[in-house]
Design a protein around this ligand. Structure first.
Ligand code: SAM
Length: 727
């Protein structure tokens, strides 16, 4: 087996893309060349080399990666490389090099045997741990980044001690072989003197990079090492997801623009342009029958991508938002198997991946393999203790809540997106699917503000807001006198000093679309003198609680809290397209035909319940609705629960004092537990079949469910019907 004398001998993509994290930690790796690489991918290659069957690719083309094993088999760390090795016969030139290298290694080994105190047993243990972790890295997001870091560290540090780290070297060898073949072919052509002739005569057709090819490419290229796009730029997968699951460069930690720059870069080459680049950079990976060339450079920015597909800008962005960070994650059972009996106290020292890595690196710097090994084991124990939950990012793997391990045969889930908001929210809003293979709808675009549809008359001009007498300097809540903004709440600020809704406004809310309590909350606005820190600006500051979109068993997507949310806390605002009732009617006809979920909410807080018309004389047709089918935020995933939902809605005025249009703000109806699903009572009358869109079959599981026979005591109409039907 061919081996590499040092890490520098390893191919660039192993050194850089799989182990990027360590670049900052190891000065040695910083010097590694960061050149452009192009990858040629063959559709047939997969089958020939024992790769993944086509059916799996179908799954991948849904926009997610099958949990763990799909990558494990096709990933260069997996069986594909082994197969390649078996099928190929060694070449003469390479044997010579191998000999040179093995001599060099033998020298290194004999030196290290003399110089080092580390025992052979320790070394081989570290080695096998490394190989194990490298293998694990396709199974788990956390372990992916951890594995990369560890593998790189251990390779760097123990290279002189460890003659073989089997899987890593398999990859290196396979890569080297393809390069050798590629180069020897070029050399032969040059020797024959007809290289340019061949180039000219060769009829090179422009490869069409389709979505399927793209997704196939995605399975061949290590996680997150590059962005991929179809030829027309309309579909985009992969992405520099390392930046996020490394936990180093989240949009929160770096400037947003930088985050975006790093996330959205791509270039798909034609065959000719790739070959030109190959000549320029000399590092094209050769696989038979090239069909797709993927540029691994990370410098291209969004505008250039967008400018190529102007008509598709929005779709393109949307698709990318949902797919660029699709990664598989799985349960920690692999760790359980390999876990040793290290004292728990050691494991408890590692509260986070960061601490663990610190210790690991310190140990490695000191050349203390034993300590490095302990760090490895401790981390595994920690993972085991935490059980199904990942430590830092709060990604649950499903046990102990609605979609737990009770689902037969389901042990794995997918991170569909690390941030469905594409960096628009202050917090990442992740999306996981632990139930089935669905990904987020392609036509949905996350927005931070509602969008006004044609006929909806929404006047948000400041000129309509009179003199507010909002004289407070900084924080209205601290002023001795309540300002004009409290007029609608009877001279009382709507929020307390903790930013939670005051109790008076939290009681008496009515489930469903309508609030009859009558108090509109008025927040300070840009016309006020106070600062953004003012305690009377809560809804406008946006989401501050950790939330996650997840797949429920029977209700489609839902939203859950990733942390405790105290009662009366603002959670989110319902955003969507603002439309009139009549505009929406047309849309609903379409929706009905397509059988889609409904995401429409009526803005009818101004409805006079007794007289059944709007207070300012609006007709039903002119009344506004929010439709979050296409444009919306996390709130559009909130499911319904009859009567005892944990969220309620309050109308909030910010930039207008017009009661026709307002912000639909959702607050916690009671203390909400971590991992609890957020629900809202849509106010549906399940017996009413006069609506255009038929009510869904309710799976809220509430004991007060209105869609259950005999349970609805308070709904007289239904009771009568039930009695009648019993007769
Ligand atoms: C605003 S959406 C909620 C998000 C939706 N589950 C999704 O996957 O996008 C409303 C739709 O979700 C489904 N849904 C919400 N609550 C439900 C419940 N309690 N039982 C069954 N389906 C529910 C219904 O199909 C409804 O039309």
């Amino acid at each position: 087996m061919q081996e590499f004398g040092s890490l520098e001998d390893a191919p660039a993509w192993i050194r850089q893309d799989n182990f990027t994290v360590l670049e900052s930690l190891h000065p040695k790796s910083e010097s590694a060349p960061r050149s452009v690489e192009q990858v040629k991918i063959s559709e047939n290659d997969q089958k020939k080399k024992g790769g993944k069957p086509v059916s799996l690719l179908k799954e991948v083309s849904n926009g997610f990666l099958p949990a763990g094993n799909a990558l494990a088999t096709d990933h260069p760390f997996g069986t594909k490389v082994d197969q390649q090795e078996k099928n190929s016969s060694p070449q003469k030139g390479r044997l010579d090099r191998q000999e040179v290298r093995s001599h060099r290694r033998e020298r290194l080994l004999s030196n290290s045997a003399k110089n080092t105190q580390d025992s052979g047993a320790e070394v081989s243990e570290v080695r096998s741990s490394t190989a194990q972790v490298v293998l694990d890295n396709t199974h788990n997001c956390i372990s992916h980044s951890v594995a990369n870091k560890m593998a790189r560290s251990l390779l760097d540090q123990t290279e002189h001690l460890s003659p073989t780290i089997p899987k890593v070297l398999h990859v290196q060898k396979s890569y080297a072989k393809s390069r050798t073949e590629d180069h020897s072919l070029k050399k032969r052509r040059q020797l024959n003197g007809f290289a340019s002739h061949v180039h000219k005569k060769e009829k090179v057709s422009e490869p069409e990079v389709t979505k399927d090819i793209l997704l196939e490419a995605r399975t061949l290229i290590p996680n997150g090492c590059c962005d991929l796009a179809t030829s027309d730029g309309s579909y985009h997968v992969g992405g520099n997801s390392n930046a996020e699951f490394k936990g180093v460069n989240t949009p929160e930690k770096m400037g947003k623009s930088q985050a975006h720059d790093e996330m959205f870069q791509t270039e798909v080459f034609t065959k000719q342009s790739a070959e030109r680049k190959e000549l320029a950079h000399g590092n094209l990976i050769s696989i038979e029958k090239p069909v797709a060339y993927v540029h691994l450079d990370r410098r291209e920015h969004i505008p250039s991508v967008l400018s190529r597909n102007k008509s598709k800008d929005i779709n393109c962005l949307m698709r990318r938002a949902e797919t660029y960070k699709v990664e598989a994650f799985s349960s920690s059972c692999e760790y359980k198997a390999s876990c040793s009996t290290l004292p728990k106290s050691v494991a408890e020292n590692f509260d986070s991946e960061g601490l663990f890595l610190e210790q690991l690196q310190d140990s490695l710097k000191e050349g203390n393999c034993q300590s490095a090994l302990e760090a490895l084991k401790a981390w595994k124990i920690k993972r085991q203790q935490v059980g199904t939950r990942q430590i830092e990012d709060g990604f649950s793997q499903g046990e102990g809540h609605e979609m737990g391990a009770d689902v037969p045969g389901r042990t794995k889930g997918f991170v569909v997106s690390y941030d469905i908001s594409r960096g628009l929210e202050k917090l990442l809003i992740s999306c996981v699917n632990e139930c089935n293979t669905d990904v987020l709808p392609e036509n949905f675009l996350y927005v931070k503000k509602s969008v006004i549809r044609q006929a909806a008359h929404v006047d948000i001009s400041f000129s309509r807001i009179g003199d507010l007498h909002c004289c407070c300097a900084d924080d209205c809540l601290r002023s001795s006198e309540a300002c004009k903004c409290t007029d609608s709440t009877r001279g009382q600020y709507a929020y307390d000093e903790n930013g939670r809704l005051i109790e008076r406004l939290a009681i008496g809310y009515v489930s469903g679309c309508t609030t009859i309590n009558g108090d509109f909350i008025t927040e300070c606005c840009d016309k006020c003198r106070c600062s953004m820190k003012c305690g009377n600006r809560i809804v406008q500051r946006g989401i501050t609680r950790k939330l996650q979109v997840f797949m429920t068993r029977k209700k489609g997507w839902g939203v859950r809290a990733l942390e405790k949310i105290p009662a009366r806390t603002f959670v989110f605002e319902y955003l969507g397209e603002i439309a009139t009732n009549s505009e929406q009617y047309e849309r609903n006809l379409e929706y009905k035909a397509n059988g889609v979920y409904t995401y429409t909410m009526c803005l009818d807080a101004d409805l006079d319940m007794e007289n059944k018309h709007f207070k300012d004389g609006l007709t039903d047709q002119e009344a506004l609705v929010l439709d979050a089918t296409i444009f919306g935020n996390v709130s559009r995933f909130v499911n319904h629960r009859c009567n005892d939902a944990n969220l309620f809605m309050r109308p909030v005025q910010i930039e207008t004092r017009d009661t026709h249009y307002y912000h639909a703000a959702f607050f916690a109806a009671r203390d909400i537990e971590e991992m609890e699903e957020l629900t809202w009572d849509y106010g549906i009358d399940f017996e009413d079949d006069t609506h255009l869109l038929k009510a869904f079959k309710c799976y809220c599981k509430s004991s007060l469910c209105r869609d259950k026979m005999g349970l609805l005591k308070q709904d007289k109409g239904r009771k009568v019907k039930l009695i009648k039907s019993n007769q």
